[in-house]
Design a protein around this ligand. Structure first.
Ligand SMILES: Nc1ncnc2c1ncn2[C@@H]1O[C@H](COP(=O)(O)OP(=O)(O)OP(=O)(O)O)[C@@H](O)[C@H]1O
Ligand SMILES: Cc1ncc(CO)c(N)n1
Length: 503
């Protein structure tokens, strides 16, 4: 059966975790969070919580096949994620079912297999017979996603302690079984967590995110593999699927501590960004009210031709560069304005935050722009000048100044998360879109909102009004800023470059 609709149906075949953080529960949340319709056939039931697995019950293998047939005889399955398989009998039954469903050729579902083989304690979970059966299953899969200990078991090697060794092991595995291997760096001791999609020729694509120092990483592997299957079903491209899945996962891990689930290794926050949209952080929160009040401006930005074309990759190169040129000019002064906020800040923590933001704004953003613009920095447009004049006009009043600064963080972060989600490997601005959204910038945005909220709480009524006006005015300047670049050409290589619209 082929699914001709745009929505994608993703089947998880995995164990149940009643605490909700791993197994099918994590898979269903991840599938939904990354845009798929989730289904689940249960291969095993565990009694576990955030502190560990207490026992496992395995239903008869034939009953797994009954579940799988019930689903596949009725529903078109676009992708399958396989997780915990408890014994050789279950693995062999699944192998037979997979062989049948994959023999359909075109329209056969993609399969991502997360080989759950080693417990967090380091103990091997599968006996020799199951290990051999699992390896036979690889020929029915597209991608396997072992963590570092599982990679070592599968590669019959010592556990990798660096990324290069992990890549060598993954490459050997890919060659031996004719599959792609997603090597995951979560278990290495590096400051960033790198994952790489590897085939027998080497690394196809690798992507890193900063390591989050949180105990709450229960179910990250389950969540990533389910998200990868979903993003592949949606994009048809493994590289794009990895970029999208990893970007979503990094956000879910970075917001894990906002949940309070159990006393051990808690789950990640699968729906953090969705909840932001439907539920203000604190009901009655003035910042949430400001955000609500600029909803029309935000929608206006999303609907701009420029943003649409940047998202789908049809934006002409010269228009993209016009935008970068204005942005570079803007950021130079924006950095000075944040230094001014640092000078006016009433406490060391805020002083440090604005100074650090001013510095990273200059260092990272301008370095990126310079690289792209090859020193071709243009004159500021009247739109850019108007925005900067508005910021400078607030430079003697700290509460008003930080309210004016905030939209550049918040709107940029919000727009960036959607642009990053639309990224794909062959996108002409792929690396720009990747840099447009990061967990560090998410954290900085949250900190800027918190600082502004605190100042707002302590301000008198007339200052609060002035703060809101400055925030609203900057939001309008953001809209105008994105809208200033000439309307995008439909053809990517069009050379009919129009001059920068002068506001
Ligand atoms: N502390 C962390 N901070 C950021 N990303 C992480 C962290 N730990 C793991 N990851 C990411 O989570 C994903 C899962 O990786 P990991 O190597 O931990 O898999 P796993 O051991 O199979 O997961 P699980 O803990 O569910 O068994 C990878 O994308 C990895 O880079
Ligand atoms: C059911 C289940 N599958 C996978 C894992 C690995 O995280 C787990 N803890 N529980």
């Amino acid at each position: 059966m082929t699914n001709t609709q745009n929505t994608k149906n993703i089947l998880s075949i995995a164990g149940s975790d009643p605490s909700g953080g791993a197994g099918i529960q994590a898979d269903l949340k991840s599938i939904a969070a990354t845009g798929g319709y989730g289904m689940a056939a249960i291969s095993a039931l565990t009694a576990q919580n955030t502190r560990g697995v207490r026992s496992v019950h395995v239903p008869p293998a034939g009953f797994l096949t009954e579940q799988l047939n019930a689903v596949s005889e009725d529903i078109a399955i676009d992708a399958i994620k396989i997780g915990m398989l408890a014994n050789a009998e279950v693995i062999n039954e699944l192998g037979q079912w997979l062989a049948g469903i994959r023999s359909a050729g075109t329209g056969a579902p993609a399969v991502v297999l997360d080989p759950v083989m080693v417990a967090t304690s380091g103990d091997r979970l599968l006996d020799a017979e199951s290990d051999a059966a699992l390896r036979r299953l690889f020929c029915h899969t597209d991608v396997i996603t072992p963590n570092i200990p599982e990679l070592a078991v599968l590669a019959r090697a010592e556990m990798a302690t660096d990324w290069e060794t992990a890549v060598v092991q993954a490459r050997g595995l890919a060659a031996e079984y004719g599959v792609m291997v997603l090597a995951k760096g979560g278990h290495l001791e590096s400051a960033s967590c790198r994952d790489g999609l590897i085939d027998s020729d080497g690394v196809i694509l690798s992507v890193a995110s900063p390591r989050q120092y949180t105990p709450n990483t229960h179910g990250t592997g389950c969540s990533l593999s389910a998200a990868l299957a979903t993003c592949y079903a949606r994009t048809g491209d493994w590289g794009s699927a990895l970029l999208n899945a990893k970007s979503w996962l990094a956000g879910a891990i970075s917001r894990a501590d906002e949940l309070s689930v159990g006393s051990g290794h808690g789950p990640i926050n699968h729906f953090a960004s969705l909840w932001d949209g439907v539920r203000p952080a604190h009901p009655g929160d003035p910042m949430a009210q400001w955000w609500q009040k600029i909803a029309a401006i935000r929608t206006g930005i999303d609907e701009l031709d420029f943003i649409r074309a940047l998202k789908d990759g049809s934006l002409a190169r010269e228009h993209f560069e016009d935008y970068l040129g204005q942005d570079a000019l803007y950021l130079r002064t924006y950095s000075q304005v944040m230094s001014r906020a640092s000078a006016l800040a009433p406490d060391t923590e805020s002083q440090r935050f604005w100074a650090a933001s001013a510095s990273s704004c200059l260092e990272e953003e301008l370095a990126l722009h310079r690289g792209r613009l090859a020193e071709r920095v243009p004159e500021p447009s009247t739109t850019t000048t108007a925005y900067l004049n508005h910021l400078k006009a607030s430079a003697n009043n700290y509460p008003v100044l930080i309210a004016a600064i905030l939209p550049c963080f918040w709107i940029y972060q919000d727009t960036g998360s959607r642009l990053a989600a639309a990224n794909r490997q062959d996108h002409p601005y792929a690396d720009w879109l990747t840099s447009y959204s990061s967990v560090e910038f998410d954290a900085a945005t949250a900190a800027a909102i918190d600082i502004t909220r605190t100042v707002h709480q302590g301000a008198d009524e007339s200052t609060r009004t002035a703060m809101w006006r400055a925030f609203e005015a900057s939001s309008l300047h953001e809209l105008a800023f994105f809208d200033q670049t000439a309307a995008p050409a439909t053809s990517r290589d069009s050379s009919a470059g129009e001059p920068v619209a002068a506001g």
